[in-house]
Design a protein around this ligand. Structure first.
Ligand code: 0L1
Ligand code: MG
Length: 258
């Protein structure tokens, strides 16, 4: 039977609006393929944009071994970053979310459009204005933060909020593979990695996303932010939790659950 993309998009949006976790789609349909999952993701984005939101960028997820092992999913995924999800301060109101987690992110700010197919890591760097540090707050809409690859694609890769650092470096000023990141929760170090943890090269991740979008006739746009993925695993973000990601060359970024 064919998958009703609009129905499942409404289902996920209602879960986010109601701050209530829902059963994974794959537990309710015979088969959910990757194309159907991205079609649900696109329908979900349309609903968000229909409410007056605009796109601030795009994201990759599950680009590090740490994240793939944590979630039991072994392929990268791609999603969207609506402007309403971009934090303007350190505070993250937990009552707006279901069961949020936070993770460090290497983020590219684009100076130029970037369109696949055929984009290489070098092409990708040519389109970058700067590299900044960030923290993504992810919030699966699924029960117990548990899903298959296609469930999480449909759910816009668990995107919920993102904090972007103000310091940055030019794309060739520092090799993003060598940028070191330490992740602290309430002052205790809980993870550390370098950019190389992101499939060997964060710029290669950016190229992968441009090539993925190119297959769907879409492109990354000048001015957008693009999250390359988390080099460490994600940690729960509760009321009172303070999370800080400290990057070599990029300064630090903090979020606090309130
Ligand atoms: O940004 C991410 O890596 C999230 C990808 C989806 C898996 C998850 O919710 O951790
Ligand atoms: Mg992420």
């Amino acid at each position: 039977m064919s998958i009703d993309h609009a129905h499942w998009a409404q289902y996920l949006l209602a879960a986010a609006d109601g701050r209530s976790e829902v059963q994974a789609i794959t537990k309710q349909v015979d088969e959910l393929g990757v194309d159907d999952a991205y079609a649900i993701q696109a329908a979900l984005l349309e609903l968000q944009l229909g409410r007056g939101d605009v796109l601030a960028g795009a994201k990759l997820g599950l680009t590090s071994a740490a994240k793939q092992e944590q979630m039991g999913v072994s392929e990268p995924v791609y999603g969207w970053v609506p402007q309403a999800s971009v934090l303007t301060g350190v505070e993250v109101p937990i009552s707006e979310l279901i069961h949020p987690r936070c993770e460090p992110e290497l983020v590219f700010i684009l100076a130029e459009d970037l369109a696949g197919p055929g984009v290489t890591a070098e092409d990708a760097l040519d389109a970058v204005e700067k590299v900044v540090g960030g923290i993504e707050v992810i919030d699966s809409r699924y029960e117990a933060f548990s899903f298959t690859l296609t469930d999480v694609i449909a759910d816009n890769t668990s995107a919920a909020r993102v904090a972007i650092g103000s310091d940055g470096v030019g794309p060739r000023e520092v090799d993003s593979k060598t940028i070191a990141c330490g992740f602290e929760i309430d002052g205790e170090q809980v993870g550390s990695a370098t950019g190389e943890a992101l499939l060997g090269d964060p710029a290669g991740c950016l190229a992968m996303l441009a090539n993925h979008l190119g297959k769907h006739g879409q492109k990354l746009q000048a001015g957008w932010l693009v999250m390359a993925g988390a080099p460490t695993d994600a940690k729960p973000l509760d009321i009172g939790t303070t999370a800080t990601a400290s990057y070599s060359h990029l300064g630090s970024v903090t979020v606090q659950g309130v």
